[in-house]
Design a binder for this molecule. Sequence first.
Ligand code: KMH
Ligand code: ZN
Length: 281
Amino acid sequence: MNWDELPVVVTVASIGAEVTRADNPALPHTPAEIAADVAACADAGASVCHLHVREEDGSPSSRPELFAEAIELIRRRSAIVTMVSTGGAVWMPMDDRMTGLDGGPDLAGVETGSMNFGEDPFVTVPADARRVIERATERGIGLEAEMFDVGHVVAAVRMLDRGELPPPLRANLVFGVPGGIDATPEALDAMLRPLPEGTHWSITAVGRHQRRMLALATLRGAGGIRIGFEDGVFLRKGVLASSNAELVSDACELVRTLGRRVATIDEARELLHCPLPVETG
Ligand code: KMH
Ligand code: ZN
């Protein structure tokens, strides 16, 4: 398929671990709030949801029952692809970062390297990545490599070549996190260079260049773009988004303005090699 015919998978990252209701009062906390938010985002054009969970008071959580409840409630409302973070929060030990896998998502993120995340170390050594991959694979959960710098991309490709990371490679390239690669056209070139032909790649950008980077990637043939409060709470400079769904709508409009099509959930499942979970019981 030519890149301009490839539909763009829009992922919503509604929750994250760093953003708070002081940043945007519409941030969902509970599984029910997350499910309602994700349902509205699916209606607005999102076909994947990247999930973290929070306690009721908004603090980042690693309780597996919260992931399981959020995923169950999401699935009651739509077939959107569910993807749990294993990045968690910078202060979470690796064991706590992996609990989302017990919630039975379709996909899980896997970090393939370490970095500074703002002022904090954000450490994923190769053995950590292999643990995430093994546990996800045992449970039939697909993986998306979350990569914040060029070395992370090189490491993911090496893991793929060695058979440590099962194909197909799903790549999310993240730009603009302080401590990671910057948000520039040259940075996009650098992150794309190591990827094997045919990789389904998407992009996340934070900070003031977010919209420009999403546009640039859309025109460079990205398979996906990510938006949501985890990455930014503003619709435009100085204009707070009223909801994650508003951000999704706006991102879908951007994709269409640039002459591309937004993927349906069925298309996203096909492109990401992520069939609908089989109903049991
Ligand atoms: N909260 C960040 C430290 C991910 O979800 O994969 C890590 C993160 C990345 O959010
Ligand atoms: Zn995340």
